[in-house]
Ligand binder design. Sequence first.
Ligand SMILES: Cc1cc2nc3c(=O)[nH]c(=O)nc-3n(C[C@H](O)[C@H](O)[C@H](O)COP(=O)(O)O)c2cc1C
Length: 111
Amino acid sequence: MDKHLLIIAHALSPNTQTLLKTINDASNKSQCIVTSLSAFDTTPERIIQADAVNLFTPENLSYISGAMKDMFDRCYYPLLEKKQGFPVAAIVRAEHDGTDTVHALPTLQLP
Ligand SMILES: Cc1cc2nc3c(=O)[nH]c(=O)nc-3n(C[C@H](O)[C@H](O)[C@H](O)COP(=O)(O)O)c2cc1C
């Protein structure tokens, strides 16, 4: 059975929109069923239905974007017991190097 990949993105600017389209197009060439949602539209139920998640966030103020933080605020506890060991990847778009955000991601207990 095909796996379901959920892309959760916050992409406001033209550059991040272009990058998100590239991520979607590349993912659609995989064997996965791919769904892409805005971080604001993402619910725990949508994540529970997925087999893997790809997070796409700009670095804002040395951290994940506010929209992505809002997603974690709403989804973290509802998923904590249900998605242990769940595959998660993250792509950070930054004006400088994104190091602070990349370093912060493990504190979100992503595998
Ligand atoms: C409020 C705000 C805070 C930002 N903070 C950072 C930052 O801490 N580090 C960084 O590298 N870029 C930062 N940026 C730049 C964004 O990461 C960048 O604009 C975003 O990745 C979109 O890329 P683009 O401007 O090329 O479309 C910030 C942008 C905004 C609007």
